[in-house]
Write a protein that binds this ligand. Structure first.
Ligand code: NAD
Length: 360
């Protein structure tokens, strides 16, 4: 199959959908890979590395002219011109919140397989997982940064020093993001409390981290007490398919010490902190009641070198199946079939149809 790898054109998006290693694997299986010139530069991957791996370096139009296009982000308006009915598009689509793009994909008759709805039998989402791992680890790192005085924080070192207590880190939601945030916070020497509704998750975290963390059931009084004592609160809850519940109220924020920090990773689902609003990498923080808030919705974009490799590690096995069999690969793999969002001008993902009021 002929596979196209366009350069990402979304603002400040530096990831690329295929590494030179991935290209080499595809080429060894007999496929042709067309990579847009400069596509990997933002992730530190040079054209020469792609050429050495067997890719041809091409223009955007040529990359989009391939039988299958693999991307990171959804097509931007300027890319709608490339959508056609014999194109297989494999990327994050996030259609539920994007009517214009959905209409463009349907009008083009494009087969759209969305990373975020590829789902395994245990209901896990293997192509969302790597970005949650990145965002979770970053959350603690970012929180530590904004606790510095020059960044508006309390002027506190997360791990303290001998003779001086460390910071209190409270993680709400102990799933993939939460567990990764806890791991880094524990590693940095912070005092860590994690709250979750799921007893199984708390059991797991207790097994993994033992007495180095405190686990608490996510009830209103427990959240209130933990937030009051926190120097850093990390929001990491997810109720699949729904908006995040507002677990930390404005009034609870008022009980926090001045210069404390909130990193609400769940911001892409509306945030689990009442005072959260979405921010961007160019202006990531704002202050409410003396508390520094960070609400960047695409945190992994700040570490493209890590995120690109983490993403390709997970997408490549699926890309290989699609390259080998095209749309027939969907019939053989229920996980990939769950990823199908648009096909021959029809919406094929019920959750997206429900969100947009279009029959699926
Ligand atoms: P996950 O499903 O692995 O974990 C979510 C956890 O929240 C689960 O353990 C669940 O039991 C828990 N939870 C649900 N309701 C709760 C409640 N009321 N109180 C406490 N815990 C509760 O999900 P994840 O992969 O960790 O993702 C978490 C959030 O981070 C999602 O909204 C995801 O979209 C977001 N995310 C954001 C970025 C970013 O850049 N901002 C990147 C990746 C993921």
């Amino acid at each position: 199959m002929i596979i196209g790898i366009p350069k990402e054109i979304k603002t400040l998006e530096n990831r690329v959908s295929m590494t030179p290693g991935g290209v080499e694997t595809l080429v060894r299986r007999g496929h042709s890979v067309l990579v847009e010139k400069g596509a990997g530069v933002g992730s530190g991957l040079m054209d020469e590395e792609y050429v050495a791996a067997g890719a041809a370096m091409v223009s955007a139009a040529e990359a989009w002219g391939a039988e299958m296009v693999i991307k990171v982000k959804e097509p931007m308006a300027a890319e709608y011109q490339y959508l056609r009915n014999d194109l297989l598009l494999f990327t994050y689509l996030h259609l539920a919140a994007d009517e214009a793009q959905t209409k463009a994909l349907l009008a083009g008759g494009t087969t759209g397989v969305a990373y975020e709805t590829v789902q395994l039998a245990d209901r896990s989402l293997p192509l969302l997982l790597p970005m949650s791992e990145v965002a979770g680890r970053m959350a603690t790192q970012v929180g530590a940064h904004y606790l510095e005085k020059t960044q508006g924080g309390r002027g506190m070192l997360l791990g303290g020093v001998p003779g001086v207590a460390p910071a209190n880190v409270v993680v709400i939601g102990g799933g993939v993001v939460g567990t990764n945030a806890v791991k880094i916070a524990v590693g940095m020497g912070a005092r860590v409390t994690v709250l979750d509704l799921s007893h199984a998750r708390l059991q797991y975290l207790d097994d993994i981290f033992g007495s180095r963390i405190i686990t608490m059931s996510s009830t209103e009084p427990n959240i209130r007490a933990a937030v009051k004592e926190a120097d850093l609160v990390i929001g990491a809850v997810l109720v699949p398919g729904a908006k995040a519940p507002k677990l930390v109220t404005r009034e609870m924020i008022g009980t926090m010490r001045e210069g404390s920090v909130i990193v609400d990773v769940a911001v892409d689902q509306g945030g689990c902190i009442e005072t959260t609003k979405a921010t961007t990498h160019d202006k990531p923080t704002y202050v409410v009641d003396g508390v520094v808030h960070y609400g960047v919705a695409n945190m992994p974009g700040a570490v493209p070198r890590t995120s690109t490799f983490a993403l390709v590690n997970q997408t490549l096995p699926y890309a290989l199946k699609l390259a080998a069999k095209g749309v027939d690969a969907l019939r053989e793999d229920p996980a990939l079939l769950a990823g199908l969002n648009t096909y021959k001008g029809k919406l094929t993902c019920p959750a997206v149809g429900e969100a947009l009021g279009i029959p699926a």
